[in-house]
Design a protein. Structure first.
Length: 372
């Protein structure tokens, strides 16, 4: 019997257990169907160590995630991405652009609340196809998570999402070009990059956007050069612009370019933390704390040599829930294998840059969601 250690997110208060629960030696602690009725019970058992048979756990997943019970949320994020692309590219001819972006921001916020880790996986694992729009959506998502950590209001978070979605509206095509360009910037490209925040604001004003916080955030979102600390004399900068800026920089570092490989998430986090002023920079600190060392969607190397993908957070920051994809000798597993990273043989030993894993993942299957 292969045992997996259970984490707090696996136990639902006042719901029957879907499997038998064992201690680490394998002795039965609780039978399938037992109902835990207090958080103190759960906390005590987790502290003691709760384990489940891997085969039983996976069988319960397949049963509880049947098509009629769980809808694949990745299709929702796909629809959101398509909607964002259409709105950003057709804003000239849309008299309801401001309302449509506001509505889309509400949909993004709701999707985040429905399954935050699925959303994080999608944001961390998004490819470079249509980079400009996907990057804006990723920035909106991660910036909103960090804002939640700082206790910002729902109104501020929705404005943050709207601004992040539209931050590069003046250079969408150029941003896609630069993602694959191997030659140095031309003078015209440099000028377009430097002026796009101001031009973006002007375009939004022409599209009947009147929210000053939204406009100001877009205009100021290039707060510093490459994520450095905020100059002490710049007291006029919008906090929303600062959040968008540092999120933009962090996500750009973990995205591959034609001229450079993507950074591993822990390397990108460390570089941002050091360059942005460390713990004294509340925006960079909130982004790093919220995303974590091994966020869902990131790739990792395990002690047994496997390359795995993180699916959900674990009981601790260094024990995420992962599925092995590639064996130590380089063979891709026909079906991913759930690993317990709390065990020494499956301990996470390193982050792996996204560009190093050339596999197409069945996201819905990894999360146990039904597909059509």
């Amino acid at each position: 019997m292969k045992l997996l250690r259970l984490c707090v997110q696996h136990i639902r208060l006042n719901h029957p257990l879907p499997w038998n629960v064992h201690n680490e030696p394998g002795q039965l602690l609780l039978s399938k169907g037992f109902v835990l009725t207090s958080q103190d019970q759960i906390d005590a058992l987790l502290a003691r160590g709760m384990y489940v048979d891997q085969d039983e756990y996976e069988a319960a997943q397949k049963s509880s995630y049947a098509p009629e019970k769980r809808k694949d949320p990745f299709s929702l994020w796909g629809d959101i991405l398509k909607r964002a692309g259409a709105l950003l590219r057709q804003f000239h001819d849309n008299p309801q652009f401001a309302k449509d972006i506001t509505d889309l921001s509400g949909q993004i916020h709701a999707a985040m609340q429905a399954d935050q880790e699925v959303g994080t996986f999608e944001m961390m694992h998004g490819g470079a196809t249509g980079y400009s729009v996907s990057h804006s959506l990723q920035t909106a998502f991660v910036a909103s998570l960090a804002a939640e950590r700082l206790g910002w209001s729902d109104s501020e978070k929705l404005t943050l999402i709207r601004a992040a979605l539209t931050m590069n509206i003046a250079m969408l095509d150029l941003q896609n070009t630069l993602a694959t360009q191997t030659t140095p910037l031309t003078p015209a490209q440099r000028a377009d990059i430097d002026s796009h925040p101001q031009r973006g604001r002007a375009m939004l004003e022409a599209a009947q956007v009147t929210c000053q916080d939204w406009l100001r955030t877009v205009e100021q979102h290039h707060v510093t050069v490459d994520g450095r600390d905020i100059p002490k004399d710049r007291t006029d900068i919008s906090p929303l612009a600062c959040m968008v800026h540092y999120t933009d920089v962090y996500l750009a570092r973990i995205s591959p370019r034609a001229t450079r490989a993507a950074q591993a998430v822990n390397v990108a986090a460390r570089d941002l933390f050091m360059k942005a002023g460390g713990a004294d920079n509340p925006y960079a600190a909130a982004i790093i704390k919220e995303v974590g060392i091994y966020p869902p969607g990131s790739f990792v190397k395990l002690a047994n040599g496997d390359t795995a993908v993180v699916v959900r957070k674990g009981e601790t920051a260094v024990t995420p829930q992962v599925h092995s994809l590639i064996s130590a000798d380089g063979w891709a597993f026909p079906d991913s294998k759930l690993r317990d990273t709390a065990k020494p043989e499956f301990k996470v030993t390193a982050s792996v840059p996204r560009g190093n894993v050339m596999l197409t993942l069945n996201r819905a299957k990894l999360f146990g969601y039904a597909t059509a």
